[in-house]
Each structure stands twice: as structure tokens, then as C-alpha cells.
Design a protein around this ligand. Structure first.
Ligand code: GTP
Ligand code: MG
Ligand code: NA
Length: 384
């Protein structure tokens, strides 16, 4: 891969939220895939990983800002399940990300796993965006495929704008979230307002760093009993939402710009391998594959690795290093690209001869969570 000037790795972004708020569908919309409809019961049951190269992000955001400077190689997005039984997977996903998108159904507002996700994000001090999704369900919405949200909003009738605005301002969700603001790292709420009625909170792409100060000011107003979160400079292009692709350009650009502006140190590529196992599968050919997220460092074919096994650490070596094609989901079986070496950040499938220790009979795969240690063979193995 081409080295970028600053030697940054791709930021890792985790998508979280209550079941069926549209997390996977949103990724489908960006990828041009249909992963969601292939899921059993339409429910995500594993962590997913998809790599979005900078070229694709540029293509998708050019209508919003043609000359945006993208310094990172891409964005690695981690999909998580929203069903209540998968708290462990949400925790694992949020534990390995640099920033997150919390997806909320605009018609439902706060739901139990929204709150659980907020708590996970707060616990790890993760910067995140709130995406108010399914906005096209507002009665009378005119779809404007893949448009920046400002453009989509401008095409709506006055009635739609009023309902949109009402859903947001009257929603106790916004208020509850604002109450959280001082303690959690909210970058912005990505959706909102028509410019008629009460203005509400929003995110300004060009000034993401100042944004927090702005939010703080709004909070002070709020504490003084003011009901409005007014700002005269609100540009309609700042309104973001997702749906039929509406708002997707805004979402991608804000994530990348926020990461580039605020996380340079964290995203500077380091040689030290940092890796998390998503899951282990034994396929029909009895080969063991390990799906991982490589957060930092480089992995090479033949590297010796140590993974946490059911009966303790397992030492093995990488027989093949595979990734899905860019813009394709790691957890969906498809054609894989073979690599001699891969640099972080990436979602990777490792083929290894591991044998019995992690293969529990009668079960297709065994999740083992955080890898004990995964090291290149020129460095000492330490899995204490
Ligand atoms: P889990 O991973 O199981 O928690 O669900 P999810 O958050 O990934 O939601 P998913 O993508 O499975 O979508 C749930 C349902 O909502 C599906 O029937 C989707 O078709 C539908 N859906 C998703 N996004 C939208 C949207 O923007 N608008 C509308 N109207 N429906 C949507
Ligand atoms: Mg899903
Ligand atoms: Na679902």
C-alpha cells in the first residue's frame, strides 16, 4: 500500500446501537451490498469488519466537498449486533475502535441498547457521532438518493420539515443525550432541523474542533433554562442523516475529518502488533480460520502467532493471510484476496493449522475474544 505523508493508519470506527436501528443496512448502502437481508432473521449475530479505501470515501463525499483532504489510507468499520444478548460483542467492538457511530431510529429515540452503547462509549472515552436514522419514514419524505443531507432537507415540503424538526426538538432523546454531553465524547448529532421552527443541535464539518466548545456553550444555555440551542450560523449543509444514502456523504466526511484533526498521535502507524480476535471458525475442509482486526503493526505470511485458546495459549503460524475485497464484509463468505503481508488497520482472515485446543466438538466456531498475544517471529512471544 502507498504510504501517506504522515504515516497514518486507517481509523477504526465501530457502529453501535439498538437492534434494528439500521446499522448493517447503513453499511450496505455505503458498500453497495446486501448483507443485511442475508442475515438470519435480519439480526446481526457476529462482529463484522469492512475496509473503505480513501478513494471510495472521496467518491462518495465529492458532492459535499470535492477538495476534502484525506490523509488516512481509509476507514475500517466494525459492525456490531444490537440484540440484547450480544453485550459481549458490543463491548469487544467498542474496545478496539478509535471512534464510533451510534445509530438511533428517529422514530424510536432512545432504546435500551442505545443506553448500553452510550455507557460503553463513556467508559472508554470514545469519540462518537449520533446518526438519527430512517428519516425517510417521516410522512411525505421525498427521497434524494445519496445526497448530502442539507440538499435532501432542502427538497422536502414544509410539512416534512416541521415534522422532522418536531421529532428532534420534542424528542426526549436529544435532551437525554445533552445531559450526557459533559461526561461523554459526543462529536455531534448527525441529523436535524429544517431551518424553520426551533433550531437544534448539529455538527459543523469545517470546524469540528471548535464544535466541542460550541456544544459546551449550548449546554450552558441549556443549564440556564434556555430551551433553544440556537446558532445563527447554521448552514443547511451541516445537517446530516442517513437513509437511502441521504446524509452518508456527511457521515463519512465528518468521521474522517474528525479523526484526522483530533487523533493524529493515536493514528500514527506503529510497528508494534496490536490485534484482536473476532472469532475462530473451522470450515468444511477442517481448516481453522481466525478472523481478526489488526489495529496496528504489520502481519506477514509465516509469522508465528499466539492466540488465547480454550485450554491456554496456542502457538501457531500464519499459513495464509486473507482479506475480503475492499468495501466487502469480512464475516460474509466470498472471494478473498491473498497477501504476503498486511499493514494495519485491517480486518483479516488468518488461515492456520491450530488443531484441537480451540476446536470444541459440535460447535462450528468458538469465540475467544481478546487475543492473548500475536507477535511476529522476530520478537519474543509474551502471553503472560
Ligand atoms: P441488528 O444488527 O440486528 O441490531 O440490526 P441493525 O441495526 O443492523 O438493523 P438492520 O440493518 O438489520 O435493519 C433493520 C431493519 O430496518 C431492516 O428491515 C431494514 O430494512 C430497516 N432499515 C434499515 N435502515 C432503514 C432506513 O433508513 N429506513 C427504513 N425505512 N428502514 C430501514
Ligand atoms: Mg446489523
Ligand atoms: Na437487524
Amino acid at each position: 500500500p502507498v504510504q501517506n505523508e504522515q504515516n497514518l493508519r486507517s481509523p477504526i470506527c465501530c457502529i453501535m446501537g439498538h437492534v434494528d436501528t439500521g446499522k448493517t443496512k447503513l453499511l450496505d448502502c455505503i458498500r453497495g451490498t446486501n448483507v443485511q437481508e442475508g442475515e438470519a432473521g435480519g439480526i446481526t449475530q457476529q462482529i463484522g469488519a469492512t475496509y473503505f479505501p480513501a478513494e471510495n470515501i472521496r467518491e462518495r463525499t465529492k458532492e459535499l466537498k470535492a477538495d476534502a483532504k484525506l490523509n488516512v489510507p481509509g476507514l475500517l468499520v466494525i459492525d456490531t449486533p444490537g440484540h440484547e444478548s450480544f453485550t459481549n460483542l458490543r463491548s469487544r467492538g467498542s474496545g478496539l475502535c478509535d471512534l464510533a457511530i451510534l445509530v438511533v431510529d428517529i422514530m424510536h429515540g432512545l432504546e435500551p441498547q442505545t443506553i448500553e452503547s452510550l455507557n460503553l462509549l463513556k467508559m472508554r472515552n470514545t469519540d462518537f457521532l449520533i446518526a438519527l436514522n430512517k428519516v425517510e419514514r417521516l410522512y411525505g419524505w421525498k427521497s434524494c438518493r445519496n445526497a448530502p443531507i442539507g440538499k435532501a432537507i432542502r427538497q422536502q415540503s414544509k410539512d416534512v420539515m416541521i415534522e422532522f424538526n418536531m421529532r428532534l426538538t420534542q424528542s426526549w432523546m436529544v435532551k437525554a443525550v445533552i445531559e450526557f454531553l459533559m461526561e461523554i465524547h459526543l462529536i455531534g448529532i448527525l441529523s436535524t432541523s429544517s431551518g424553520i421552527g426551533e433550531p437544534i443541535t448539529y455538527t459543523r464539518l469545517a470546524t469540528v474542533v471548535e464544535e466541542r466548545e460550541l456544544v459546551d456553550e449550548e449546554l450552558e444555555d441549556e443549564e440556564e433554562g434556555s430551551t433553544s440551542l440556537e446558532d445563527d450560523d447554521i448552514d443547511e449543509d451541516d445537517y446530516v442523516d442517513l437513509l437511502c444514502g441521504e446524509g452518508v456523504p456527511d457521515l463519512l466526511l465528518l468521521l474522517v475529518q474528525w479523526a484526522q484533526k483530533t487523533m493524529i498521535k493515536r493514528l500514527t502507524y506503529s510497528e508494534e502488533v496490536q490485534c484482536t480476535v473476532l472469532e475462530v471458525k473451522v470450515d468444511e475442509g477442517h481448516e481453522t480460520t481466525i478472523d481478526i482486526v489488526l489495529v496496528n503493526g504489520v502481519l506477514r505470511e509465516g509469522d508465528q502467532i499466539v492466540v488465547g485458546g480454550m485450554q491456554g495459549p496456542v502457538v501457531t503460524s500464519i499459513r495464509a493471510l486473507l482479506t475480503p475485497h475492499p468495501m466487502r464484509e469480512l464475516r460474509v463468505k466470498g472471494t478473498y484476496l491473498h497477501h504476503k503481508e498486511i499493514k494495519a488497520a485491517q480486518g483479516i482472515k488468518i488461515a492456520a493449522q491450530i488443531g484441537t485446543p480451540i476446536c470444541v466438538p459440535g460447535r462450528e466456531f468458538v469465540e475467544i475474544g481478546r487475543i492473548a498475544s500475536i507477535e511476529n517471529n522476530h520478537r519474543p512471544v509474551d502471553y503472560a
